[in-house]
Design a protein around this ligand. Structure first.
Ligand code: ADP
Length: 724
């Protein structure tokens, strides 16, 4: 019973109910049989017979119900349920009425040769109705099974065979009982056993057979090769893949077939432990790639059972990888082409801009006519915005290409802030705006960061504040906190009393090429790139940029940048130096004993540089190309060389190398003039050995600073009040 219960438990709940009822009535039938065998008097025997005969009705009903369900005859089953129940009820009433009318059977005593008394039945013709009901039900169930048997195939057929077998056995046993009028009906006993058999067949044996057959078929057609080997190195199995790709099968396998021979490399399979390797062979003029893995397998006590090879064809995966790699290279090439194009474009635009702004600076210096000075100032402003536009586009494309690098070096934050202030102060003054700077006096004097990029971030925020403020002014607050020893978070708040930004627009503020309130700001020049670049730069430094703003009340942009501290000594009170723009030009230094060489293939550029240096009283020699410079430098000693990079052969770098290798100027500082603003170019120049670099367009003040830095100090005479 326990075993029966266990096996029934494994059957799906859907069927379990039917089998449980069958088992229940089988148990009642068995108990009734026992009562019959041990009956003390005819009445007890008769009651037990009635119970037994009626239990048979219900066993068969539930068994047939189960069979109908299992064979999928749901509709017929549903239609028959009520008539069958009514018929069985009537049959049962008739069986129990036998106690009064004796119309179904009589009870008589039978004594066997050992003197034991049994009560047997003498069946009357009416009893045949009861028998007929049972046999008709069994017949219907058999028909169900036989129909299913014909419809199904292969392993599934076994399921129905098992049921057929069980039902026929019950019928046979029952017939034997009837024929010999035995006191015990063995078929009742067989019901539970039959159930166990059905369970075993339907839930275990058949699924197992199906599973192993399906697995064999799957392994046979799978897209990897499989070879199973026993412990004596014989092949137990090789699937279709092996035959198709390597031309051998189970019979023709040996350790000498390819690819086994190559990967075993002289060893026997039994001596080999788990490995995975790549195997490449040439076929029809192209390479085929495989990954072959070898594994041993063991039983649950760890004893060697054999081993297997799995061979995976990775040719197409490799091809896809190669294609992807090619595509990546193509994309890289395209991105390089874009960068090169941008570098060239920036060079092409900067070269004429250099002449334009240089000459304009000369006009500004030389002229005393206020009208002309005003025109010249306008040219300078237009030139400046054109330059910042080119810089923005270049920076943005660098960031997009992931080529923007943060190059940290020692710097002084006050100096960066002062530069930014000086840049925006003239415009702020012109617009009548106040500018307050409140900088923590304890800010460390030397930090380690990318000065150029920090200047770019601050000047973007400051110039925006000035641009978008009509009245009131700008307050810049610099504070810091030490978040780690040796590190600080520099926090800069740029607060303006300008137009402000609506909440909605604050969300898109940092998107590239998005200008908010386009119609209102139409008159204010800009590309919508500044904040996008600023945000990216701050991100690259591991910092944060945020904004708080109210429409028509003003905005506060806050930038926090983590910076290592090189010198923690407080930088002290922040001071702004005098604003020089717009004032009359005065040279910063004179160097009457100094002799420098200016090399450029574009005569206009030479003119600009010589003009910018005209007040510094130096001897300025010029060379119209690399070769001329090399020739001059062989014999004549200079204190400094200003060398253009992009020249027809020999270019600036070649000429530099030649000058440095021999002649009179091997230790003369050479400063490269470059219109190449692409990222990393500056580092490259220093790596080559140039003392410094100036990017075009060259500004007078910048050029002077550079000369003061690199000319022999004894030859430089500073002018009163001049500052670098
Ligand atoms: P733009 O070159 O247009 O100034 P930005 O990326 O620097 O590009 O700024 C994007 C937009 O954000 C600007 O068009 C402007 O509408 C708004 N904006 C930036 N700074 C401020 C500010 N301080 N006050 C008000 N609006 C600002």
């Amino acid at each position: 019973m326990f075993f029966l219960q266990r096996s029934i438990r494994k059957i799906k709940a859907y069927y379990r109910k039917w089998l449980l009822f069958t088992a229940l009535f089988a148990s009642i039938g068995m108990i009734a049989n026992i009562f019959i065998a041990y009956a003390m008097d005819p009445l007890m025997a008769e009651i037990s017979y009635c119970v037994y005969f009626s239990s048979i009705d219900y066993i068969i009903m539930f068994l047939c119900g189960f069979i109908a369900l299992y064979t999928g005859h749901l509709k017929i089953r549903k239609a028959l349920v009520i008539p069958v129940r009514i018929i069985l009820l009537l049959d049962n009433i008739s069986l129990f009425l036998n106690l009064a009318f004796k119309h179904q059977f009589d009870i008589y005593e039978y004594k066997n040769r050992y003197g034991v008394v049994f009560y047997l039945t003498n069946l009357k013709p009416v009893f045949n109705i009861h028998l007929m009901i049972d046999y008709v039900m069994i017949l219907v169930a058999l028909v169900f099974v036989i129909i299913k048997l014909f419809k199904s195939y292969s392993y599934y057929r076994n399921k129905y065979f098992s049921i057929l077998f069980v039902v026929l056995l019950i019928v046979a046993l029952n017939a034997v009982y009837m024929m010999f009028s035995l006191p015990l009906d063995a078929s009742v006993l067989f019901y539970p056993i039959g159930l166990v058999l059905i369970t075993y067949f339907t839930e275990k044996r058949v699924p197992r057979a199906i599973r192993s057959s399906v697995m064999r078929s799957a392994v046979q057609v799978m897209t990897e090769g499989l070879i199973l080997i026993d412990i004596d190195d014989n092949c137990l199995y090789a699937n279709d893949f092996i035959k198709n790709y390597f031309g051998f099968d189970r019979e023709s396998f040996s350790e000498d077939v390819e690819p086994i021979k190559t990967i075993l490399n002289g060893k026997h399979i039994s001596e080999t432990s788990d490995f995975s390797t790549e195997y490449v062979r040439e076929k029809d003029g192209h390479d085929e790639h495989f990954i072959i893995s070898f594994n041993r397998f063991y039983d649950n006590r760890g004893r060697d059972l054999g081993s297997y090879f799995v061979i995976d064809d990775t040719t197409s995966a490799n091809r896809v990888m190669a294609e992807l790699e090619n595509a990546r290279e193509e994309a890289d090439k395209a991105s390089r082409a874009k960068s090169d194009f941008l570098a060239n474009m920036s060079h092409e635009i900067r070269t004429p801009l250099n002449s334009l702004l240089g000459m304009n600076e000369m006009v500004f210096r030389e002229s005393d006519d206020p009208k002309v000075k005003e025109y010249s100032e306008n040219i300078r402003m237009a030139g400046d915005s054109l330059l910042s536009l080119i810089n923005d586009i270049l920076d943005f494309s660098k960031i997009e290409a992931g080529r923007m690098e943060i190059i940290p070096d020692a710097y002084n934050f006050h100096k960066v802030l002062r530069d930014c202030y000086n840049m925006m102060a003239p415009t702020a003054t012109e617009k009548g705006l106040f500018v307050h700077i409140d900088c923590d006096e304890n800010l460390p004097s030397k930090l380690h960061g990318d000065e150029v990029r920090i200047r770019q971030i601050l000047s973007n925020l400051l110039s925006n504040a000035v641009k978008y403020t009509k009245e009131g002014g700008i307050t810049i607050t610099v504070t810091f906190d030490d978040f780690n020893p040796g590190f600080i978070n520099v926090k800069v708040d740029v607060k303006d009393t300008g137009v402000g930004i609506s909440e909605e627009n604050q969300k898109i503020l940092f998107d590239a090429f998005r200008r908010v309130d386009e119609s209102k700001n139409r008159n204010i020049e800009g590309t919508g790139l500044g904040l996008a670049i600023t945000k990216q730069l701050v991100g690259l430094m591991g910092g944060e940029l945020s904004v708080k703003s109210k429409l028509r009340e003003g905005s506060t942009f806050t930038v926090i940048i983590p910076q290592p501290v090189l010198d923690a000594a407080p930088a002290g009170k922040f001071t702004t130096s005098a604003v020089t723009a717009g004032k009359k030009y005065k040279e910063k230094f004179i160097a009457p004993d100094a002799k420098i060489l200016v090399v450029d293939d574009v005569p206009m550029n030479i003119k600009v540089v010589t003009a910018l240096l005209s007040k510094n009283q130096m001897t300025v020699k010029t060379a119209g190309g690399g070769q001329e410079a090399i020739d001059l430098c062989k014999t004549e000693k200079f204190d400094l060389v200003l060398m253009d990079h992009m020249m027809p052969s020999p270019d600036g770098v070649e000429a530099f190398r030649s000058i440095k290798s021999s002649g009179a100027n091997t230790d003369t500082p050479v400063i490269v003039l470059t219109a190449n603003a692409i990222n990393g170019a500056d580092k490259e120049y220093l790596k080559i050995g140039f003392s410094d670099y100036i990017s075009k367009p060259v500004r007078g003040a910048e050029l002077e600073d550079m000369l003061i830095k690199h000319l022999p100090s004894g030859k430089v005479e500073m002018r009163d009040g001049a500052q670098i």
